[in-house]
Design a protein around this ligand. Structure first.
Ligand code: MLT
Length: 412
């Protein structure tokens, strides 16, 4: 008889977005007319077509794959050198940040990277997450057996939850106790809050003091509009000794269906063995990638490279402006409704307090039923998300305007 991984049995319900999908499907089956006017602002999935520079690069790469002389089989597991160089140069060195080409590991998505990174960490780490939180950080730790069971509110024993709230602007400060691994996401999913340089500096100092490692998710950095806000944790002195950064092409180049992202693991980053010796993590992650991954497909890597061309950059900027424009429309809509709201300025998510003291799921049901709009209930992101909901700004402008108008017209 084979044994299963018992830790999976500790996971609460389904992953958030399939659960929302299930509820929306049940509603649409029961109300076919309402289903016709349904607008989805739930999962943060891009809606606009790929930039033309990407399409051209894809066509060229496909033609190469069709000719013997230019055909490509397996590529390097860590990504082609030309893409790693384009990333390190454009996203880091051009901004004065020290990141070498071979510190970039190209992958098929930040969600996978955030989960897979646990392969190179020991099970004895004390793990801190902000609350509300992107569920992947929590669930992957549960799957790997790093937690105890969940309580009635869905909080897992053994994890250190750092509550975000209106008072701290949904940016928790470092804890008073020692933790070893910390997940930070800025601009934040789900709250849209962005960490200031001072806030991130406090975290880096904390990590250096406790020899902790920050897993910094910067998947939404392209949405930062305020030049004073940090795009990368490596802008903070000392971060090369205490941080790994995750970046994605999903939300800037519109690659959610293409799958391409990367992780930055500095060669200076160390962690300790059970016996207390300090070792670099870079060779471990490289070993992990070469063993468990065969790289992102050649056409997709060429497509990612095209995002850094002059035309590619202009086209990416237009995409970001489009989604940030939606955020403005939606912010104005919920603002006019008199709701308390965060995010949406340097992030594609708007974080709204549920009116009339409803729970997050009650608000979800009411908005689905009366406005035929799908949002994401805040409680799905953790206990501290209860009483809030998230509106995704990934949509057409017409839909964003329609959603703003429908939400404004609701009676609570
Ligand atoms: C979300 O809606 O939170 C995002 O789609 C999550 C993701 O990028 O995986």
């Amino acid at each position: 008889m084979a044994y299963l991984n018992d830790s999976y049995l500790k996971l609460k319900a389904g992953y958030l977005f399939p659960e929302i999908g299930r509820r929306v499907k049940a509603f649409c089956d029961a109300h076919p007319d309402a289903a016709k006017r349904l607008i989805r602002c739930g999962i943060g999935d891009v809606t606009e077509p790929l930039p033309p520079a990407v399409i051209a690069a894809l066509h060229r790469a496909v033609d190469e794959m069709g000719a013997r002389a230019t055909f490509k089989g397996y590529g390097p597991e860590q990504g082609y050198e030309w893409l790693r160089a384009a990333i390190a140069q454009n996203d880091f060195r051009a901004r004065g940040l020290e990141v070498a080409d071979d510190e970039i590991f190209v992958s098929d998505g930040s969600k996978c990277d955030c989960g897979n990174i646990l392969d190179i960490f020991g099970g004895q780490n004390r793990i801190a997450v902000t609350d509300p939180v992107y569920p992947v950080y929590v669930d992957t730790n549960v799957m790997d057996g790093h937690t105890g069971p969940a309580d009635a509110a869905g909080a897992y024993a053994g994890l250190v939850y750092l509550p975000g709230n209106a008072a701290n602007g949904f940016v928790p400060e470092p804890p008073m106790e020692a933790v070893d691994l910390i997940y930070l996401c800025s601009p934040n999913n789900p709250t849209g809050a962005v960490m200031t340089r001072a806030q991130l500096t406090r975290w880096v100092r904390y990590a250096l003091e406790y020899r902790a490692i920050i897993l910094f998710d910067a998947a939404y950095e392209a949405y930062i509009t305020d030049p004073a806000l940090p795009h990368s944790i490596f802008e903070i002195p000392g971060a090369r000794d205490c941080a790994i950064e995750f970046r994605s092409f999903s939300k800037n180049g519109g690659f959610t269906g293409m799958r391409c992202a990367f992780t930055v693991v500095p060669k200076t980053l160390l962690a300790q063995t059970e016996s207390g010796e300090r070792h670099p993590l870079h060779p471990l992650w490289s070993r992990r990638m070469t063993t468990k991954f065969n790289g992102v497909s050649y056409p997709v890597q060429r497509a990612a490279e095209a995002l850094y061309s002059a035309t590619g950059r202009t086209q990416v900027r237009a995409l970001i402006e489009h989604y940030l424009g939606n955020a403005q429309v939606l912010l104005a809509g919920v603002g006019a409704a008199g709701w308390r709201v965060f995010g949406g300025v340097s992030a594609p998510y708007i974080w709204v307090q549920t009116p009339a003291g409803l729970t997050s799921w009650e608000a979800f049901d009411k908005i689905l039923r009366e406005a035929n709009v799908v949002i994401t209930p805040g409680s799905g992101f953790g206990r501290a998300g209860e009483g809030w909901f998230r509106i995704s700004c990934f949509n057409s402008r017409a839909n964003a305007e329609e959603v703003a108008q429908r939400l404004r017209a609701m009676k609570w």
